[in-house]
Design a protein. Structure first.
Length: 559
């Protein structure tokens, strides 16, 4: 595989990792209903349809005569091969496709359907037209060149990869070579020990690497939807190692991968387990409180926990960092196109009958929401070019999916439906009602401008639901790159703002731009809230919470 092609796959992998949205699901039935609506529209508006057919005919005439100016979008890298612009046959093939796709979208966009049906129609038409893109066929110039360069071997390799995926991957193109990595060997290798374990989680304490540490420890809470070692991938992009180098006493939660036997685990189950871990951290470090970091659904869990503590009058969390966390679920996403009462109830019923929502199912739904980046890219790479799937740590982690227990899945759906955190006492966990305005600890919230999973406007609104002082930081990256953002990246940029207006765009206009990684800014912010320095402990755990299994623990290996 060329380095350029490999780099492009890695970039897209970083930007298209699994988020929380697929917990809602898109039913095949809804897609088929929309497809039928689109087909019926051709009969219901015959004049409208005829007008667009005629317009497509004129466009086609210009294409054949070489007069068409149609070109792919500047950011559509599928057609970067010079053949698409320089070879007359290829150029006409591409322009015919672009004209057809544009006419279909114009036809549905100008129809007399409701706005919701039009948006659904665009989604279904997009699925169809992207599947039929010229780059996905054997005529792809890159595939033709590769065929002749390899003496036909690329075709045989591609067929072999296809056969493997039909047998082992449900017919979906493999995104990564899953044999290239092993957690604990070349991923998640920072030194530490499991110092506490219950049915729901393992608590890992990492060995300090500095002579002195801050008195107040840091507890990192990952999403339940993915495994924790996203915070400890390769040494150079490990947030855990960065925290250790920054004198932080670092603890990370490793969630258990539930089976249908744990179908009754809900949000309160996770919070009760997390409370036990917090008490273990405080006991081990001798601190009266700690700082906490939560990402994505882990951020939702941390938020519910600090709301619960506030209701009890307990001050165990001094400051809270939220990474790409949406608490205000009034978000406009592609998934919301197909969301109604029936869809949500069906999604809940489906997972309850199975006991869990499989991570692989969520990944499949998410892939079809972004087919070019997550399906057809790999179709071309694996089958048409005959390349092996890429070897990339973020992709391995993203494909090392976990399950969600049915009750927790139901809780997330209810949160999406009712948006309880924007109202005082709208959510109840562990026997207490939550009012985020009563949570007065300092908040550090990070979002990404290119994040389509947890849009930054929603993260901004979410951070301002709390009663404490908010530091909002906007990174110039996507969902996962907003987390894995080590210093030294020449393309790294982030924004901070002294004012905190209600409108996120108003905040953006007055924000200050910085180069490099937000990790540096966060390190300074966290250091001010981490207490005095003390001598680093030489042993992990204590008498009550003895150091046991070496990091990364046992739960992370459960598939």
């Amino acid at each position: 595989m060329s380095n350029k092609n490999n780099d492009e796959l890695q970039r897209q992998a970083s930007e298209n990792t699994l988020g929380l949205n697929p917990v809602i699901g898109i039913r095949r039935k809804d897609l088929l209903t929309t497809a039928r609506t689109v087909l019926r529209q051709a009969i219901r508006q015959p004049l409208h349809s005829a007008k667009h057919v005629a317009h497509f005919g004129l466009e086609l005439k210009d294409v054949l005569l070489g007069k068409s100016s149609l070109a792919p979008a500047s950011d559509d890298k599928r057609f970067n091969d010079p053949a698409w612009s320089q070879n007359p046959m290829y150029r006409r093939y591409l322009q015919t496709y672009l004209a057809w796709r544009k006419e279909l979208h114009d036809w549905i966009g100008n129809s007399n359907l409701s706005e919701q049906d039009i948006n659904r129609g665009h989604f279904v038409i997009n699925l169809m037209t992207e599947a039929m893109a010229p780059t996905n066929t054997a005529a792809n110039p890159a595939a033709v060149k590769r065929f002749f360069e390899t003496g036909g071997k690329s075709l045989l390799d591609g067929l072999s990869n296809l056969a493997k995926d039909v047998v082992n991957n449900g017919g979906m193109p493999s995104q990564v070579n899953m044999d290239a990595f092993e957690v604990g060997k070349n991923l998640g290798t920072s030194e530490g020990s499991v110092v506490y374990r219950n049915d729901v989680l393992e608590l890992i304490q990492y060995r300090p690497i500095t002579e002195q540490v801050y008195q107040r420890p840091l507890l990192v809470v990952p999403p339940q939807i993915n495994k924790f070692y996203v915070f400890d991938l390769s040494p150079e992009k490990s947030l855990a190692r960065y925290c250790l180098r920054s004198n932080q006493q670092t603890f990370i939660i490793s969630w258990r991968n539930p089976t249908k036997a744990q179908r009754e685990w809900g949000l309160s189950t996770y919070i009760d387990a997390l409370k036990e871990a917090v008490d273990a951290v405080l006991s081990i470090t001798g601190s009266k409180d700690l700082n906490m970091l939560g990402a994505c659904s882990g951020g939702i869990t941390c938020t519910a926990l600090v709301g619960h503590y506030a209701a009890l009058g307990q001050n165990k969390v001094n400051a809270l960092t939220l990474l790409v966390s949406v608490l205000d679920t009034t978000i406009d996403t592609q998934v919301a196109l197909f969301v109604d009462e029936q869809t949500l109830e069906t999604a809940k019923r489906h997972s309850y009958q199975a006991g869990v929502l499989e991570g692989s199912e969520m990944a499949k739904v998410f892939a079809w929401m972004r087919p070019n980046d997550l399906i057809w890219n790999y179709w071309v790479n694996n089958y048409l070019l005959g390349n092996e799937p890429p070897v990339f740590d973020i992709l391995f982690w993203n494909n090392d999916t976990t399950r969600l227990p049915a009750a927790f899945h139901g809780d997330l759906i209810e949160m999406f439906k009712n948006n309880p955190l924007i109202r005082s006492n709208g959510l109840e966990v562990c026997g207490t009602s939550i009012d985020l305005k009563n949570v007065t600890c300092d908040i550090y919230s990070v979002a990404g401008t290119a994040d389509h999973i947890t849009p930054w406007h929603s993260c901004y609104r979410s951070a301002h639901l709390f009663g404490g002082k908010v530091e909002f930081v906007l990174s110039n990256s996507g969902h996962i790159q907003s987390i894995l953002n080590p210093p030294g990246n020449p393309k790294g940029r982030y924004m901070t703002g002294t004012e905190q207006p209600a409108d996120p765009l108003a905040w953006q206009e007055s924000a200050i731009k910085h180069t490099d990684s937000w990790w540096l800014h966060w390190h300074a912010w966290l250091g001010e809230r981490a207490g005095e320095m003390k001598k680093a402990p030489t042993r992990l755990g204590n008498r009550t919470y003895a150091a046991g299994e070496a990091a990364p623990g046992t739960y992370v290996h459960e598939r």
